[in-house]
Design a protein around this ligand. Structure first.
Ligand SMILES: Nc1ncnc2c1ncn2[C@@H]1O[C@H](COP(=O)(O)OP(=O)(O)OP(=O)(O)O)[C@@H](O)[C@H]1O
Ligand SMILES: [Mg+2]
Length: 84
């Protein structure tokens, strides 16, 4: 069976705020074309941080992706809801 066409591939990312606070470690998720993915977790689990990393909004929060990678398919047409 062929692998599904991935619109988004988040592979083992780590995010650190303010150079000290490690808040995401080894987060991976894939969004296949036509698929819907939900991120669930308790308060402070890192849902918003994950979306900030994907949408490149970490810098304004003094955060950075320090490990792993985020790949966007060429057929990605942008459009991600602003994280809250
Ligand atoms: N700008 C920031 N600077 C430093 N730490 C932050 C910042 N934003 C979030 N954090 C910390 O990162 C961790 C993950 O927070 P995040 O907001 O990503 O969680 P969340 O799953 O979206 O939570 P909620 O359900 O409350 O929205 C928490 O410990 C939080 O205190
Ligand atoms: Mg949140």
């Amino acid at each position: 069976m062929n692998a599904p066409n991935l619109l988004l591939n988040v592979n083992g990312i780590e995010v650190i705020y303010n150079h000290v606070a490690l808040v995401l470690k080894g987060v991976s998720l894939q969004v296949p074309e036509g698929g819907i993915v939900a991120i669930l977790g308790g308060n402070g689990a890192g849902k918003t941080t994950t979306l900030r990393a994907i949408s490149n909004l970490l810098k304004g929060e003094r955060g950075e992706v320090t490990k792993g990678m985020i790949e966007y398919s060429r057929s990605w047409r942008g459009g991600i809801a602003s994280p809250t």
